[in-house]
Ligand binder design. Structure first.
Ligand code: DMJ
Length: 479
């Protein structure tokens, strides 16, 4: 379908199609032309426009544009929300996740500023963290979010600056999170009180039970305390050992009983980073158990869930026991899988999925949170400034050097910077089909979206992918 539509749009003169194969070989120029058409038809191109080469000057201009966006977001935060967890870019105020601020935005943004060479901003963010962050607060926190954003941010900042205060904070936080793992199965509860260690909510999911390997493993490396990696690995493998005969997992699990409460397997919200961390723990620590687990799951995902439709490759949702499709919803979070496949070396599938990701993005000019890839119907029209689509462009470009990923990223940057920009920063979209914004700028916009956008266009020496692994919040951890 895709191939024939591309050939049609090139309007092949009819006499070409009436020539026999031997006749084609008799005309080398004609044969070469047809071979070129076949290349275009079978290559995972979106359009000729996305193949236009990018000059170094154009790449540098993109980097400057993204730096300016970082500055704009940070200036808005400092002016209207300084010291809060996050900026509300429309009402121009700040918001905290809990009663008190944990410096979410400065901590998430620090390594982005560092990588982008924004020394002044990096200094400002770091001083807010070391002077204002304190975990001795009698409040419960969501383990997963605090781990990927705060723990990931602290460890990355420590490795970049070697400022011991950051490691002290990371160790303090890790110690306060440990009681969450005291469940009958070893899979953590979703919430833990930072002072009392009281836990809450046993109904969890693979992402919130299996996304600690990188941060807790790094903490073990840096503190020489093996507890952290031990509990993180046990938690992830308690999920793994409950996979079905098809090697799939579900969306909801009870950490007290180990029973699956929702048996739908998908690669987006509530499962995504469980898969991601199995592969990345192999990259970061050389943990072969994690590599084996990743390969087992990935084989099953490709077998039961990978689906091609004319607009590209997607992952459908299936029941973990039967492998039968439950529904064909796909969304902004699922888009990360093209990147992890590229990183793990499966370029052909990564390309097809990125083609689907880009089709999802361009359908409305910004991707919706969730849509049905078979019918095109949007089931969640929001866009909370997510990074996964551009993150996958970054990995694919690094691995293939194919210009089309730069062109895709360029379009995404244009759309975000023009449609989400406010006087005080960047606002999420409530509805991408109507271009309605909402009053929130998640800290991952500075941690991830703008970082991956920049790295896509920046000279490769800016970041050696052989030496670092990004956690799921794009905090870089050194191998
Ligand atoms: C981030 O907090 C992380 O990337 C997480 O794994 C998924 N959600 C957001 C970004 O979309």
């Amino acid at each position: 379908m895709k191939n024939s539509s591309i050939i049609k749009s090139l309007k092949i003169p009819s006499f070409f199609t009436s020539l026999s194969l031997p006749a084609l070989f008799a005309f080398p120029a004609l044969f070469a032309f047809l071979a070129f058409l076949a290349f275009l038809a079978f290559s995972p191109s979106i359009s000729a426009q996305v193949r236009q080469p990018f000059s170094s000057a154009q790449k540098a201009a993109q980097c400057e544009k993204i730096k300016a966006a970082c500055r704009h977001a940070w200036d808005g935060y400092k002016t209207y929300a300084s010291g809060y967890d996050a900026l509300k870019p429309i009402s121009r105020t700040g918001r905290n996740w809990y009663g008190t601020s944990f410096m979410m935005t400065p901590l998430d943004a620090f390594d982005t500023f560092y990588l982008l060479g924004m020394k002044k901003e990096a200094g400002e963010a770091k001083s807010m963290v070391v002077n204002g962050l304190n975990f001795n607060v009698d409040t419960e926190v969501q383990l997963f979010e605090v781990n990927i954003r705060l723990m990931g941010g602290l460890l990355s900042a420590y490795e970049l600056t070697k400022d011991k205060r950051l490691l002290t904070l990371a160790k303090d936080l890790g110690t306060r999170l440990l009681p969450a793992f005291n469940s009958p199965t070893g899979m953590p509860y979703r919430f833990v009180n930072l002072v009392t260690g009281k836990t809450r909510d046993a109904l969890s999911n693979p992402a919130e039970t299996g996304t600690y390997l990188l941060e807790f493993g790094k903490l073990t490396q840096l503190t020489k305390d093996s507890t952290f990696y031990r509990v993180a690995k046990k938690a992830a493998f308690e999920v793994f050992k409950r996979r079905t005969d098809l090697d799939l997992v579900g969306t909801t699990i009870d950490v007290n009983t180990g029973e699956w409460k929702n048996t739908e397997c998908q690669i987006g919200a509530r499962i995504d980073s469980y898969f991601e961390y199995l592969y990345k723990a192999w990259l970061l620590f050389g943990d072969r158990d994690c590599k084996d687990a990743w390969e087992i799951h990935n084989r099953a995902i490709m077998k039961y869930m990978f689906t091609e439709v004319p607009s590209g490759g997607y992952f459908t949702r299936v029941d973990m026991r039967s492998g039968k499709e439950t529904n064909s919803l796909y969304g902004a979070l699922d888009a990360f899988y093209a990147g992890i496949l590229a990183l793990s070396g499966d370029i052909p599938h990564a390309r097809k999925i990125q083609q689907g990701n880009y089709a999802m993005w361009t359908k409305f000019g910004i991707e919706p949170e969730e849509f049905n890839f078979r019918t095109g119907q949007v089931t969640d029209p929001s866009y909370p400034l997510r990074p996964e689509n551009i993150e996958s462009c970054f990995y694919l470009y690094r691995k293939t050097k194919d210009n089309q990923y730069l062109r895709m990223g360029e379009q995404m940057v244009i759309d975000i910077l023009t449609k989400c920009k406010t006087e005080a920063g960047f606002a999420e979209m409530k509805d991408v089909t109507k271009l309605e914004t909402s009053d929130s700028m998640e800290s991952f916009f500075l941690a991830e979206t703008l970082k991956y956008a920049y790295l896509l266009f920046a000279p490769e020496k800016t970041l050696d992918l052989g030496k670092v692994v990004f956690n799921t919040e794009a905090h870089l951890l050194k191998k």
